[in-house]
Design a protein around this ligand. Structure first.
Ligand code: PMP
Length: 379
């Protein structure tokens, strides 16, 4: 297939790559044994610490998508029969439940309708009713673009003496997050979202407490690869072989993390906030209701409602006429939700032009429907 014109990716991952990141992938194939890899990997772990603001905990980077990060966190934490709580604010909360169940955990859910955010009061109540091994929660729910107040939620877990695990796949690098100050036991993300690298690397930070527990748990961790006990020594000494890393992806991750550091984490958060504000303003002006609760809207991604049945036409027209790729709702919301990812290297200028295109397509396909305002759906 010949690509005539490059698409602008406005999907919630994977995202657009900088020229330097692309060039890094085109460099000669690197071996995972040898000083070039060892040095480069050591630097990646250091840069990942910067992106997570993780000086005190353990830092992981290994090959896999975000789901590998999720499953590593789950399988390393739970033993069969353990009772856990999942704060389910959407599709990816539900995935946390499914992964926990796959590993034999008994899952209670703190379930919210699509667009709603989790509250510390609800969590406190749940935590007072049962003793849980761990609480799993999503920072930015990519299906609805709700940004949960993870600081408040993690605090409740700490007060109750329960491990807290945060999926920040759609947050880290674009939304303020400070691992050391947050006090969570595990935070994970992956390479293809706000870090702006290609898919293929899972990045996690763990607290010393949970890492100690991994070493002491009664039943062994029921995974060879997705095992945070096994990966830890590799992070300290990349000469240890556990599995062949996706070396070209890691080349790109290194450069993407360097670019993140060059910009500076706080400047990057501020830019993402401007991107988020621009999308929310422009989409709202078009008469398209945002899915997420006010005050809990992510800066990295935005989901909005369109007239039922028009999302496919919007997606197709934007790609064919404007070379812009957007996502539709996940699962049963496919036909009435459009999701935009606005993170990574995206500039305000590029976003503004893309939103002009969106406006013209919305008009062309007649996607505004005021009847969709405020219709909450349970996922
Ligand atoms: N969690 C969240 C919040 C996500 O948005 C995604 C991916 N969209 C995942 C987990 C899973 O990541 P991956 O598709 O890379 O496995």
């Amino acid at each position: 297939m010949t690509i005539l014109q490059e698409n602008l990716l406005l999907v919630p991952g994977p995202t657009n790559l900088s020229a330097r990141v692309r060039e890094a992938m085109a460099e000669p194939q690197m071996s995972h044994v040898g000083s070039e890899f060892y040095e480069s990997f050591t630097e990646i772990v250091k840069l990942a610490r910067y992106a997570f603001r993780n000086e005190n905990g353990i830092q992981f980077v290994f090959t896999g998508s975000g789901t590998v990060g999720m499953e590593s966190a789950v399988v390393s934490t739970v033993c069969r029969g353990d009772r856990v709580l999942v704060v389910d604010t959407g599709y990816f909360g539900r995935r946390l439940t499914l992964i926990n169940q796959a590993h034999g955990a008994k899952v209670d859910e703190l379930l919210y309708p699509d667009g709603a955010h989790a509250t510390p009061e609800d969590l406190r109540k749940k935590l007072s009713e049962n003793k849980y091994k761990a609480v799993f929660m999503t920072h930015v729910e990519t299906a609805t673009s709700v940004r949960n107040a993870i600081g408040d939620l993690v605090k409740e877990c700490r007060n109750a003496g329960v491990f807290s695990v945060v999926d920040s796949v759609c947050g880290l690098g674009g939304e303020p997050l400070d691992f050391d100050r947050l006090g969570a036991d595990i935070v994970f993300t992956c390479s293809q979202k706000a870090i702006a690298a290609p898919p293929g690397a899972a990045l996690l930070a763990t607290s010393k407490e949970i890492q100690d527990y991994f070493g002491k748990r009664q039943d062994p961790i029921e995974s060879y690869y997705m095992n945070l006990l096994r990966w830890k020594p590799v992070m300290d000494d990349p000469k240890i072989y556990l599995a062949t890393p996706a070396v070209q992806v890691l080349r790109a991750v290194r450069v993407a993390l360097m670019e993140l550091k060059e910009e500076g984490l706080e400047a990057r958060w501020a830019r993402h906030h401007q991107l988020g504000e621009m999308v929310r303003k422009r989409v709202t002006e078009l008469g398209l209701p945002l899915v997420a609760d006010q005050g809990f809207r992510a800066d990295t991604t935005t989901a909005f409602r369109v007239k039922n049945g028009t999302s496919a036409a919007i997606q197709k027209t934007l790609e064919q006429k404007h070379h812009i790729v957007v996502a539709r709702g996940i699962s049963e919301d496919r036909d009435r939700i459009i999701r935009l990812g606005h993170f990574g290297i995206l500039t305000l200028d590029t976003l503004s032009r893309a939103l002009d295109s969106l406006a013209s397509v919305v008009e062309d396909v007649g996607a505004v429907d005021r009847a969709t305002v405020g219709v909450p759906t349970l996922h």
